[in-house]
Design a protein around this ligand. Structure first.
Ligand SMILES: Nc1nc2c(ncn2[C@@H]2O[C@H](COP(=O)(O)OP(=O)(O)OP(=O)(O)O)[C@@H](O)[C@H]2O)c(=O)[nH]1
Ligand SMILES: [Mg+2]
Length: 214
């Protein structure tokens, strides 16, 4: 068993990455969050009011990182007082649309503008997620259209389903790929700080040895 001191030390050392999920109401933001943090698809969901937080500890290259997912409200009336909080000190942004609803794809432009309007740095990674791919006969947003949009905004595209258990790895990979990128970014940041201190010098070679699972 861990002593109180060592468990305190562990929790102090654990880095937390804040990832927000943004998109129209009903696209499945809450279900995607559930799938990643709890491994299941909820029987029933209500519209999110304000924000729901869910966390998951993941291990990347031997480091335990806490991924803190901010599941935001898509409905204007449930989000307007919270928007500032969503974007404050955010580490990564996940934009979600519903592949069976063209309007949710068209509205991405507005969500991206909102994000840009909150001084989110260009270095904050963003990904695009097309959800509900299990509804194969109802797809309205063709993959090539989504891919073009993602490319033009410098985002990776994931097409997936929070509902289909066979897709659960794909859902995990949305968050894991972001966590890997953030870990790499942060280690660069530490390296710079350490360089300034003149204490530690990490070389390109050290970076190349990285064996990130993503
Ligand atoms: N078929 C299918 N239905 C899904 C999927 N993901 C979510 N749903 C359904 O879509 C509806 C909305 O899901 P939520 O996760 O609550 O949507 P949301 O984006 O969080 O909505 P707000 O909280 O209002 O912003 C629910 O009825 C879910 O069961 C999916 O991958 N496939
Ligand atoms: Mg929700």
């Amino acid at each position: 068993m861990l002593s109180a001191a060592s468990s305190l030390e562990l929790s102090i050392q654990t880095r937390i990455f804040k990832i927000i999920i943004i998109g129209d109401s009903n696209v499945g933001k809450t279900c995607l969050t559930f799938r990643f943090t709890g491994g299941s698809f909820p029987d029933k969901t209500e519209a999110t009011i304000g924000v729901d937080f869910r966390e998951k500890a993941v291990e990347i290259e031997g480091e335990t990182i806490k991924v803190q997912v901010w599941d935001t409200a898509g409905q204007e009336r449930f989000r307007k007082s919270m928007v500032e909080h969503y974007y404050r000190n955010v580490h990564a942004v996940v934009f979600v649309y519903d592949v069976t609803k063209m309007a949710s794809f068209r509205n991405l432009q507005t969500w991206i503008e909102e994000c840009n309007g909150h001084r989110v740095s260009a270095s904050v990674p963003r990904v695009l997620v097309g959800n509900k791919c299990d509804l194969v006969n109802q797809i309205q947003v063709p993959s090539n259209m989504a891919l073009k949009f993602a490319d033009s905004h410098n985002m990776l595209l994931f097409e997936t389903s929070a509902k289909d258990p066979k897709e659960s790895q794909n859902v995990d990979s949305i968050f894991m790929s972001l966590a890997c990128r953030l870990k790499a970014q942060k280690s660069l940041l530490y390296r710079d700080v350490e360089r300034e201190d003149g204490r530690v010098r990490l070389t390109q070679e050290t970076e190349a040895k990285s064996n990130c699972p993503c």
